[in-house]
Design a protein around this ligand. Structure first.
Ligand code: MN
Length: 255
């Protein structure tokens, strides 16, 4: 008998931009958070693989953090000096995968860079740097090291009744913060359901999808210490379990 545990694909980064033959890498915390939530984690390296072939292997997805999206993808021709770590290979793979996952309604948790990929794939834009926001930004970058990243840096207010508020069990959550880019114009199909006090968009979700949630912080660094962040991964694996069962019955079809 095969396991009822859902398989959760986690996207990975490339060590050196588009240097094929280099190193694929992703922090173990993503794997550990998925495993702690009862999922079977597998790493998905950026590749030219057909998105549908990759999706056939998984029951849910985590889009992980990392370097910035090439700004041309959301219509920005000028590179802000703070924009860093662009990988066209990673962008290409993740954009194709997320577009296909969205169409097929695969449960998706999009973290940090992931929420930005989610928004841009669906037609939204980004501030290349938080300093470009019209309102004075608060602090969104804390020291990124063991002993620091599990500590909250700012609060996020959640829309009552939203999927995010339901999963997190409150209308406010204390989060870490390690991003310098933020969401600007929100894509059609997404709605903002969480913001920090300075107006920074920290959570989006997709109406009409079983589970598409984007968060600008890093719950995988907090879940072991702050239980509410573990609930994000628990909700993902619960939805992925349902999706897995439906897939086995042949009840899942693309839009
Ligand atoms: Mn933040």
């Amino acid at each position: 008998m095969t396991s009822m545990k859902p398989v959760i694909g986690i996207t990975t980064a490339i060590g050196e931009a588009d240097n094929r033959g280099g190193i694929f890498r992703m922090e173990a915390s993503y794997v550990e958070a998925v495993e702690a939530a009862g999922g079977i984690p597998i790493l998905l390296p950026p590749s030219g693989a057909h998105a549908a072939d990759v999706l056939a292997l998984v029951d849910g997805l985590v889009f992980s953090g990392g370097g910035d999206i090439r700004p041309e993808r959301y219509g920005d021709r000028e590179l802000h000096p703070a924009t860093y770590g662009i990988s066209d290979l990673r962008d290409d793979f993740e954009f194709r995968l997320l577009e296909a996952a969205f169409a097929t309604d695969v449960p998706t948790l999009a973290i940090c860079r992931g929420i930005q990929v989610l928004n841009v794939v669906l037609g939204g834009t980004l501030y290349q740097d938080v300093s470009q926001q019209p309102t004075a930004p608060g602090e969104h970058r804390q020291p990124w090291e063991v002993g620091s990243w599990e500590k909250p840096l700012h609060a996020v207010d959640l829309v009552p009744g939203s999927l995010a508020a339901t999963v997190l069990g409150d209308t406010q959550v204390a989060t870490n913060s390690a991003h310098h880019q933020t969401l600007k114009e929100i894509a059609p199909g997404l709605r903002v359901v969480g913001q920090s006090a300075d107006g920074t968009i920290e959570v989006v979700e997709a109406a009409g999808k079983r589970f598409v949630l984007g968060v600008q912080w890093h719950p995988e660094k907090m879940y072991a210490v702050h239980d509410e962040h573990a609930r994000l991964f628990a909700a993902l694996t619960a939805e992925a379990t349902v999706y897995r069962a439906q897939k086995a019955l042949g009840a899942v079809t693309a839009d």
